[in-house]
Design a protein around this ligand. Sequence first.
Ligand code: ADP
Length: 243
Amino acid sequence: MIKLSNISKSFGQNQVLKSVDMTVNKGEVVVILGPSGSGKTTLLRCLNYLEKPNSGEIVIGDYRVDCKHTTKKEIHALRQKSAMVFQQYNLFKHKTALDNVMEGLVIVKKMPKEEAKARSVALLEKVGLGEKLDSYPSQLSGGQQQRVGIARALALEPEVILFDEPTSALDPELVGEVLTVIRNIAKEGITMIVVTHEMGFARDVANHVVFMDGGMIVEEGTPEQIFHHPKEDRTKQFLKRIT
Ligand code: ADP
């Protein structure tokens, strides 16, 4: 249901993505692993069009764009199909948890306020923040802020949620609560692409694992294949270093 074909992206002379192909089936959890600088975040950002690929094709569901010739309207439509959960949460600092989640529903989806509020309250309860609706980000821990970020992504009911190292900014003792929330969402069959360095979590949650290095997909397969029987030397070395 999601297909990236020949996605290339350069920043100046630096070619960060080299003709990447990736397919994600509906309901699947794909984990992207790889060393720092290998292009993982850029790939997610291209899918959400926070970065414009130089070339390639993106298909999400029945929607298809040729990245060389995108119109503003196409970009707007494509962005609605995915939601990103960021490393640094990216919440509006001057808005409460509830308003952060409601914002996209009211502004982007044009949902009536009462309906948006009901949905947002339910989602904040679901991520364990029913008591924190009126708190501002500065009054929340990093783990709580990230759970607001997850509720905000869920609220939009996108075809896919993109997690960009969702726990890497957190103190170690707060990582678990965020991973638990993500695990629970994964069980509901929501399509997800997750960039993470949390190997135990990756092993548990992934249906499919992609290993990137140097702007390319070096190897991909089931968690069993990648973690226990990697074929490529680069994958083996990476796993040795990180586990
Ligand atoms: P990863 O997520 O695997 O750590 P990134 O996608 O963040 O890798 O980065 C890949 C490469 O692209 C790095 O060399 C990084 O410096 C470069 N890069 C990423 N974003 C930008 C940008 N906005 N401008 C210039 N270079 C960038």
